[in-house]
Write a protein that binds this ligand. Structure first.
Ligand code: GS8
Length: 218
């Protein structure tokens, strides 16, 4: 089977979401760099793969996809086995809970995390001053999300239930960068969240992708 292609650097959190799924299922893949400095992401070749001019894009034979969570679901469906079923496909209740917590990750957690990341890392790199008010407001939003996670993880080992799923894995990229920021101590108030993250970050697939992130981060 030919290796699938993931377009975009492993420094990008949305790219790593896809990579960790490929690693978890043991699929072969090739990372195809997209040169942001040369604005290749806004060129016709890349726009044909992702009409929003963003990474990741993904190719498996004739199938071309974008949106990291949709790509991740495709990878996990394609390679689903009885042992590795990270979407809980085949069980309507469990898969619905995976969907719920995937939405929470995308709409509540990631929006707050990304705003902090953007102000702390991206704005200064673009020569702008980080907006401390935006950072503060989003740390407060994040705390509210973490309150919900702490309560959930007190009842269940993972977010969707007592089974690991994409809903958990999907959190690792933004969290990895957050842990390297001065705000990381925010997590200390959430012991169950910390234990959950410790377990996630100990997974071989997560460790492998973190090593790729470090290599690609400029
Ligand atoms: C977001 C992609 C995205 O923002 C997804 O794939 O999940 N919802 C989409 N990609 C960023 C890199 S951050 O990982 C990107 O390509 N930005 C460049 C741009 O917007 O021009």
């Amino acid at each position: 089977m030919a290796a699938v292609k993931v377009f975009g650097s492993a420094a990008f959190t949305n790219v790593t979401r896809v990579l960790v799924c490929l690693e978890e299922v043991g699929a072969e893949y090739e990372i195809v760099q997209v040169d942001f400095h040369a604005r290749e992401h806004k060129g016709s070749g890349h726009l044909a793969r992702n009409p929003f001019g963003q990474v990741p894009a993904f190719q498996d034979g004739d199938l071309v996809l974008f949106q990291s969570r949709a790509i991740s679901r495709y990878v996990l469906r394609k390679h689903k086995t009885d042992e590795v079923n990270l979407l809980r496909e085949g069980d309507p209740e469990e898969s619905a809970l995976v969907d719920v917590w995937m939405d929470v990750e995308a709409l509540n957690f990631d929006t707050a995390m990304h705003a902090v990341f953007y102000q702390h890392r991206v704005a200064p790199a673009l020569g702008r001053t980080a907006d401390e008010k935006i950072i503060g407001d989003n740390i407060e939003k994040l705390k509210k999300v973490l309150d919900v996670y702490e309560a959930r993880l007190t009842k269940h080992r993972y977010l969707a239930g007592d089974f690991l799923s994409l809903a958990d894995l999907s959190h690792f990229p933004e969290t990895h960068y957050f842990m390297g920021m001065p705000y990381a101590a925010v997590l200390d108030a959430y012991p169950r969240v910390r234990a959950w993250l410790k377990e996630l970050f100990a997974r071989p697939a997560v460790k492998k992708v973190i090593s790729l992130m470090a290599k690609d981060f400029q």
